[in-house]
Design a binder for this molecule. Structure first.
Ligand SMILES: Cc1cc2nc3c(=O)[nH]c(=O)nc-3n(C[C@H](O)[C@H](O)[C@H](O)COP(=O)(O)OP(=O)(O)OC[C@H]3O[C@@H](n4cnc5c(N)ncnc54)[C@H](O)[C@@H]3O)c2cc1C
Length: 391
């Protein structure tokens, strides 16, 4: 995209205000991209988030095994924001007014000329007993509790599972649960305790991980079989109890249950007046614009985007959507029509802390590789690169 003429045509020479909600993958990718076009630094960028901190969520899979500490996967963004000329407002967005031109926050109202919402999603906790009897390891505190339990347990039953959002099939986070399970299985083997534990993978889906493609499902189920992990698949979950999971197909015994529920939108989205998807996310078009709005965009886990049925909520997609959103914001602020679309891709490495299985899907083809030590190293490398980028 070339530098548009009539620069920042909306307001002449005045500073043009872009507000970004959130400070993680999508938000940071958008900041990078906006500053890439905005060479004269005419955009006044404001970031609203609870903390000026980058949280590398993909490495949460190594918290229960002690492969990572919380400090290793968090990074202060103070230097990065200073370098990028970002005004940071420590607050939470609570709603929007004037078609999005005013963001409501816990620190007051913030006016903007363009708004990007990149505040992520939430997990459904409606299943009976899920809050009391299961750990949702996507939350750092629960991943840490899993670590504590594992360090104390000499043997017992461990259960791992995930489910989706019945109102929105793409609002699911399954891949990381395979990683938590394989990494923990590996830890038990390393520490000589494996034989004293029974591991069970459960899911209401008969083919868990289907979005990664049929070869991936087969590969994952074969890997579980080889590692002696039981499966309990295709049975609706009725509830979680202190000693297991009740399903319509029977009970799974468990002393520690790790579970990733389906995802949903954040409650404050309902106070923006913007259209929401059936699952409660901000409804976006192919250019990452929130439907029926002007200069309001969404990127990452916060949005519901068009695309193939296998599309996933991933950091990689969050960045692609954020780049398209930033390009379109820049075009629109220069009085041009937004025209940039994002590609839909699924790329992941299912890690076991020893090897990694590379899985990818694109519009025209997909590729899956057998477990490789190299892929584990690549996964570590991606973490290093991301944390270095925003240091
Ligand atoms: C265990 C695990 C493993 C994963 N592994 C991978 C992987 O291998 N590869 C991959 O591509 N993806 C992976 N993901 C998914 C990836 O982490 C998410 O898709 C990604 O974090 C989404 O980025 P985001 O910027 O949209 O949202 P988030 O990363 O959730 O960031 C949201 C930001 O908004 C802020 N915020 C929240 N609420 C508010 C509010 N009300 N107001 C203002 N700010 C707010 C938050 O503090 C945060 O800064 C994994 C996720 C998990 C949990």
């Amino acid at each position: 995209m070339g530098q548009p003429h009539g620069y920042l045509g909306l307001k002449g020479n005045e500073n043009v205000k872009v507000t970004i909600v959130g400070a993680n993958f999508a938000a940071l990718a958008a900041i990078d991209r906006l500053r890439r076009w905005d060479l004269g630094r005419n955009l006044q960028l404001t970031v609203v988030a609870p903390k000026a901190e980058f949280f590398y969520q993909p490495s949460l899979i190594w918290i229960p095994t002690g492969g990572r500490t919380p400090e290793q996967i968090h990074l202060s963004l103070a230097s990065y924001f200073e370098r990028m000329g970002v005004d940071f407002v420590q607050a939470r967005a609570t709603g929007a007014e004037n078609g999005g031109r005013t963001l409501l926050t816990t620190a007051g109202k913030i006016d903007n000329d363009a708004l990007l919402i990149a505040s992520g999603g939430e997990y459904l906790t409606k299943a009976p007993g899920v809050k009391q009897n299961a750990l949702i390891p996507c939350h750092l505190t629960d991943a840490q509790r899993a670590r504590e339990f594992l360090s104390r347990m000499a043997g017992g039953n461990l259960a791992f599972g995930f489910s989706g959002n019945p109102d929105e099939p793409t609002a699911i986070r399954g891949g990381p649960m395979f990683e938590f399970m394989f990494c923990i299985e590996n830890l038990l083997r390393r520490s000589g305790r494996r034989k004293k534990f029974t591991l069970t993978f459960f899911s209401p889906m008969a083919e868990p991980g289907k979005r990664m493609g049929p070869a991936a499902v087969k590969g994952l189920l074969t890997t579980m079989e080889k590692k002696g992990i039981n499966t309990h698949l295709g049975h609706k979950i009725k509830g979680f109890t202190p000693d297991g999971i009740e399903t319509e197909g029977g009970r799974v015994a468990s002393d520690m249950t790790l579970f990733i529920p389906g995802m949903t939108g954040q409650p404050w989205f309902a106070k923006t007046g913007f259209p929401l998807s059936p699952g409660g996310f901000l409804k976006a078009d192919a250019q990452a614009r929130v439907e029926e709005t002007q200069r309001v965009y969404v990127a990452g886990d916060a949005g519901s985007f068009p695309g193939p049925e296998w599309r996933a909520k991933q950091a990689h997609m969050a960045e692609l959507q954020a780049c398209a959103a930033a390009d379109n914001i820049f075009l629109e602020l220069n009085g041009k029509p937004s025209r940039k679309k994002f590609r839909t891709e699924l790329i992941c490495i299912v890690d076991t802390e020893k090897t990694g299985i590379f899985v990818s899907r694109f519009e025209r083809f997909g590729l899956i590789l057998p477990p490789l030590y190299l892929m584990h190293q690549v996964k570590r490398g991606l973490e290093w690169w991301s944390l270095k980028k925003y240091a």
